[in-house]
Design a protein around this ligand. Structure first.
Ligand SMILES: NC(=O)c1ccc[n+]([C@@H]2O[C@H](COP(=O)([O-])OP(=O)(O)OC[C@H]3O[C@@H](n4cnc5c(N)ncnc54)[C@H](O)[C@@H]3O)[C@@H](O)[C@H]2O)c1
Length: 252
């Protein structure tokens, strides 16, 4: 049990990578707070985790809204008394298209969900982590920050910001024993797959993307959860400011 007696909060945990991370953490002994705007999916994950005997609590929270994020942290503290691990995973993307065709409304939505969420989460969670003597923050960025694909420019920029925020906070919060790391998944088999491809999920379209990944497959929730587990556990307690590429060699 690599997370025995720890409390973890995962945003965007109603599906995809977040669901995989939440379930893996619970299997390793953590109590889980699942946050999302998808109440049906969030409650399903809550019930599935609880059915294994682990503790789970779902909270509705829009990570783009400061009030929701503060309430999410307060709910976690009320349910379990502390927050050892915060995974900022919730994210959104517009479908692959020319950077000139993205609306201003979509640009603002993108930065609110993918970047401003980190501002809100930091301000809400760090005081609690300081009080308890430390903690771990894991931001789900993307290989888009390191090896951007065309037609996703504004999305790529949000992940570049997430990487810089991770490194900067790592240095700033190290005296508080708060470790801040990121994971950069390559394109994965989640609800966002078709959005990134900008085309229907057909074998031909998959082929084009798979050709750019040396290990020859998409990332999965299991891959991302394995990396998150390592970064959350005490075995990585000398790692901070790391942005771990989980990418089958895409960024080499
Ligand atoms: N799938 C990929 O190819 C890929 C690659 C690299 C990085 N990522 C990143 O991984 C993270 C998880 O995405 P995923 O691929 O699992 O997609 P997903 O769509 O399956 O999951 C995203 C989750 O975030 C939730 N969400 C969206 N907006 C929210 C908001 N405002 N507040 C709270 N929750 C919100 C959604 O309801 C959903 O449950 C995102 O940050 C994404 O940018 C995905």
């Amino acid at each position: 049990m690599r997370l025995k007696d720890k409390v973890a909060l995962v945003t965007g945990a109603a599906s995809g990578f977040g669901e995989g991370i939440a379930k893996r953490f619970a299997a390793e002994g953590a109590a889980l707070v699942i946050a999302d705007i998808n109440d049906q999916g969030g409650r399903r994950v809550e019930h599935e985790i609880a059915a294994t005997g682990a503790r789970a609590h779902y909270v509705h929270a829009d990570v783009a809204k400061g009030g929701d994020v503060q309430a999410m942290i307060d709910a976690a503290l009320a349910a379990f008394g502390r927050i050892d691990v915060l995974v900022n995973n919730a994210g959104w993307a517009y479908s692959n298209r020319s950077s000139l065709e993205v609306s201003e409304a979509d640009f603002d939505k993108l930065f609110a969900i993918n970047v401003k969420s980190l501002f809100h989460a930091t301000r809400a969670a760090v005081p609690a982590m300081r009080r308890q003597g430390g903690g771990v923050m894991i931001n789900i960025a993307s290989t888009a920050a390191v090896r951007p694909r065309p037609n996703l420019t504004w999305y790529n920029a949000t992940k570049g910001a997430a990487v810089t925020i991770t490194k900067s906070l790592a240095v700033e919060l190290a005296p508080d024993k708060i470790r801040v790391n990121a994971i950069n998944p390559v394109i994965g088999e989640t609800g966002l797959l078709e959005t990134f491809m900008g085309a229907p999920d057909t074998p031909e379209n998959r082929k084009r993307f798979l050709a750019t990944i040396p290990l020859g497959r998409f990332s999965t929730p299991r891959d991302v959860a394995s990396a998150a587990l390592f970064l959350a556990a005490d075995e990585s307690d000398f790692l901070t400011g790391v942005c771990l590429d989980v990418d089958g060699g895409r960024t080499v």
